[in-house]
Design a protein around this ligand. Structure first.
Ligand code: V47
Ligand code: SF4
Length: 374
């Protein structure tokens, strides 16, 4: 008898929860209604057992991390999402705009630092198109040829491809030729139209976000997916979001990891909404792990959550904690994230993971293990 059999046998579960537990044990997919039932009715301990069972079935104690840094070329953006704390308009106080030379200086400083990935996201700058960013990627790879470039949210991609007057698929193929290796998960926010209209009406629609990721997968660019949770959405909107992702993953298999991003309230137009509790964070990781049965990985983005909740999340379905980051991102510190200067050495990350009795494994962008620390 394994852990989940013992749990099912010894717990006094309602019929609904018993049915879900049996489905999880038998590798059966749960429905949207069941997902919603979990959010609304399941105790955290129940969610912990199920999500941890799935996490350990897929990965054992392995917990992935990578050695990465971020580049945020600009915070100038044509859009004004209500949750965004870092957006500025041209010439507004606090606006920044690094040119390619500035960015290459940063890249040079990582040349001998043993990093495997650079994560590049920023605002949608009105004057920069696909070829501008293409030149940037080519030059980055001329400095560190082996580095993996994970860059541009679907929102940035839509704009830069349109600005270059190229069809979507051609644009993605061209970016791949320029050196793009994979696509991060940002820009997804909440797909449900009622909430998206409130949060970020102007930018790429949910349909466009999904279309871009589908096209990316078809041209051989793997990607990640996110949800921005804990603001004005209801549980039903979260399940709708997860369901759209699960459907697309059935079609393409191109997603690597799902990253729930907790809404942080500082310095944006949704500050009055407040933030959800850490219990809610763990619940959200667990339901995501259970519902997204076709996503290989669930990631806790540690700068956003803080180190303690990241450690706890490893018992609620999470198997990846992102990377060393090297204090190279401002998006979250400006929004009030736990870590104001996010930076961990490999030793710090290994220690964080080992402290909760998991096995740290350094990975590359597509989850090949580079080194295990057991
Ligand atoms: O789309 C913006 C989020 C995203 C806030 O793929 C906020 O590995 C919380 O995509 N509170 C961009 N979140 C970041 C992103 C990302 C991050 C980490 C790893 C990966 C990956 C991708 O940041 C945006 C938005 O959802 N965001 N403002 C805020 N106030
Ligand atoms: Fe622009 Fe992205 Fe901020 Fe929205 S979240 S305003 S698209 S930088």
């Amino acid at each position: 008898m394994n852990k989940i059999d013992i749990f099912i046998k010894n717990s006094n579960l309602s019929n609904e929860l018993l049915k879900i537990a049996r489905k999880v044990k038998n590798n059966e997919r749960i429905s949207e209604e069941e997902g919603l039932f979990l959010y609304e009715n399941a105790e955290l301990s129940f969610l912990g057992v199920l999500s941890n069972y799935l996490r350990e079935k897929a990965h054992g104690d392995i917990t992935y991390f990578n050695k990465n840094f971020h580049i945020e070329p600009t915070n100038i953006c044509i859009y004004s999402c209500k949750f965004c704390s870092y957006v500025r308009k041209i010439n507004q106080e606090g606006a920044w705009e690094f040119n390619i030379e500035d960015i290459l200086e940063t890249v040079k400083s990582y040349k001998n630092k043993d990093v495997t990935e650079v994560h590049i996201v920023g605002g949608v700058h009105p004057n920069r198109d696909l070829h501008y960013y293409g030149e940037m990627m080519q030059k980055i790879k001329s400095i560190i040829p082996e580095i993996q470039i994970k860059a541009f949210t679907a929102v940035e991609l839509e704009f830069m491809i349109k600005k270059a007057k190229m069809p979507l698929v051609e644009g993605l193929k061209k970016l791949k030729e320029y050196g793009l290796d994979s696509i991060p998960g940002g820009g997804a926010e909440i797909f449900h139209i009622d909430i998206r209209k409130e949060l970020c009406d102007e930018k790429a629609s949910s349909e466009m976000w999904l279309k871009i990721h589908e096209a990316a997968h078809k041209v051989g660019l793997p990607s990640n997916a996110t949800i921005l949770y804990g603001h004005i959405e209801k549980y039903s909107h979260r399940i709708h979001h997860l369901s759209k992702l699960r459907d697309l993953q059935d079609k393409t298999g191109g997603f690597n990891t799902f990253i729930p991003l907790k809404f942080r309230k500082e310095n944006n137009s949704l500050s009055h909404v407040g933030e959800v509790s850490s219990i809610e964070d763990l619940k959200n990781f667990a339901v995501s792990r259970i519902f997204l049965d076709n996503f290989p990985h669930i990631k806790a983005y540690w700068p956003m959550l803080g180190r303690n909740i990241t450690q706890l999340s490893l018992s609620y379905g999470v198997d990846d904690v992102d990377g060393t980051i090297d204090d190279s991102t401002k998006i979250y510190s400006m929004a009030g994230a736990e870590d104001k200067n996010p930076k961990m050495s490999t030793q710090d990350l290994v220690h964080l993971i080992k402290k909760v009795r998991r096995i740290p494994a350094e990975r590359d962008t597509v989850y090949n293990i580079i080194k295990k620390y057991d």
